[in-house]
Ligand binder design. Structure first.
Ligand SMILES: Nc1ncnc2c1ncn2[C@@H]1O[C@H](COP(=O)(O)OP(=O)(O)OP(=O)(O)O)[C@@H](O)[C@H]1O
Ligand SMILES: [Mg+2]
Length: 358
């Protein structure tokens, strides 16, 4: 293979070129896998065979060709019957010694950017923390009074009014339950950090779930035995995975629901978090995957914010709490979702001193 071709095929980014007539003239292996199309099917054929004819990329190619400029577009989505990539970065350049030919490079939005976005938005959970403490304090006492009064009335009135008093009592209970959950955001200051065996945490979550909300669902475990202990707060970590498994169970189909719990230790992997100027080392990955309906597109941007829910009767606090606790562990959380495959990944650091990497 000659120089340029060898470089193209070694690249991780998908690169393709399109000639003046809109035909594909080169298509590297990364493009084959990103667009799920083999080079033989692509070469010499119009690009519109691979991408829908109204895809914004065609307009961009036209602009590059006409104005002889480079073009970069962030957050281009590629949706075809064969692939679904919600966000890729597209970079287009004219090929200087070949008039009319445009080179297109497509890079999927990386997990790092996904995490970066999450880090940028986690302030929301913090501000809720302060408010929750205040609310809990201001609401709980009067609420207990209201409930007690309703009970007294209930015992002393006729049947018709008894129903109304019961209504007051039930509503008071509902508000109390909400306040209790919000109080979890105020949480104790600082974590009770000890080396935690994540597999033990996951087993507990699995047992609790199977005994209740996930009784009809099959669990599959893929555990990495080399996983070192995490310096963390055992009970708070249980809460994280319980919330994720509960969401997964709620999204699962009535029959054939499956939840996959997976742990991986990524030796030596470092993640540069763009924008923040920080590099984080989060080698421990714990993921919860389900084969449910997927997360509605319109929730994606704000999913970890408090009170965002797509569920009848949902409070929208589960994931906000997950984000907060993971944040307290100096970790990160990200998700990918499509129908029948939704994955939440929790990435955690390993404190070598405390965790004792084996
Ligand atoms: N695994 C999943 N599959 C599909 N949708 C999900 C999944 N996880 C979360 N969601 C969506 O995200 C929304 C927010 O989840 P979150 O746990 O924060 O709140 P909730 O489940 O609605 O309420 P609760 O406070 O009781 O947990 C859910 O209502 C659901 O629409
Ligand atoms: Mg939930």
């Amino acid at each position: 293979m000659t120089g340029a071709a060898a470089i193209l095929s070694a690249l991780n980014a998908a690169v393709l070129t399109v000639d003046r007539a809109g035909r594909v003239t080169s298509f590297n292996p990364a493009a084959e896998s990103l667009l799920n199309t083999g080079a033989p099917q692509a070469l010499g054929r119009p690009l519109s065979r691979i991408l829908p004819a109204d895809h914004p990329l065609f307009g961009m190619i036209e602009t590059v060709r006409e104005q002889d400029v480079n073009l970069t577009e962030y957050e281009v989505s590629i949706e075809t019957p064969r692939v679904k990539l919600p966000v890729v970065v597209a970079q287009l350049s004219p090929v200087s010694d070949d008039p009319g030919v445009v080179a297109v490079m497509l890079v999927p939005m990386t997990l790092a950017r996904e995490i970066d976005r999450h880090l940028a938005h986690r302030g929301a959970a913090r501000s809720v923390g302060g408010m929750a403490a205040l609310l809990a304090h201001e609401i709980k006492n009067p609420l207990a009074g209201i409930r007690g009064a309703a009970q007294l009335i209930e015992a002393n009135v006729d049947a018709g009014d008894r129903e109304l008093a019961a209504l007051i009592r039930d509503e008071a209970d509902r508000v109390a339950a909400l306040v209790n959950r919000m109080e979890a955001f105020a949480g104790p200051e600082g974590l009770d950090r000890k080396p935690v065996n994540i597999h033990e945490v996951l087993n507990r979550v699995r047992r609790v779930s199977e005994a209740g909300f996930a009784s009809g669902i099959a669990f599959v475990e893929e555990y990495d035995p080399s996983l070192p202990p995490v310096p963390g707060d055992h009970d708070r970590l249980v809460q994280v995975f319980l919330n994720l498994v509960k969401n997964a169970a709620e999204a699962c189909p009535g029959e054939g629901g499956e939840i996959l719990l997976r742990t991986v230790f990524r030796h030596g992997e470092r993640l540069a978090v763009s924008g923040s100027g920080r590099r984080v080392h989060l080698p421990l990955e714990v993921s919860v995957q389900d084969n449910g309906r997927g997360i509605p597109e319109e929730l994606h941007r704000t999913l970890f914010d408090p009170f965002v829910t797509g569920r009848q009767g949902g409070q929208g606090l589960g994931l906000a709490l997950v984000a907060k606790i993971v944040d307290e562990h100096a970790g990160a959380v990200a998700f990918e979702s499509e129908p029948r495959r939704t994955v939440f990944r929790v990435l955690l650091p390993v404190d070598i001193e405390e965790g004792g990497v084996r």
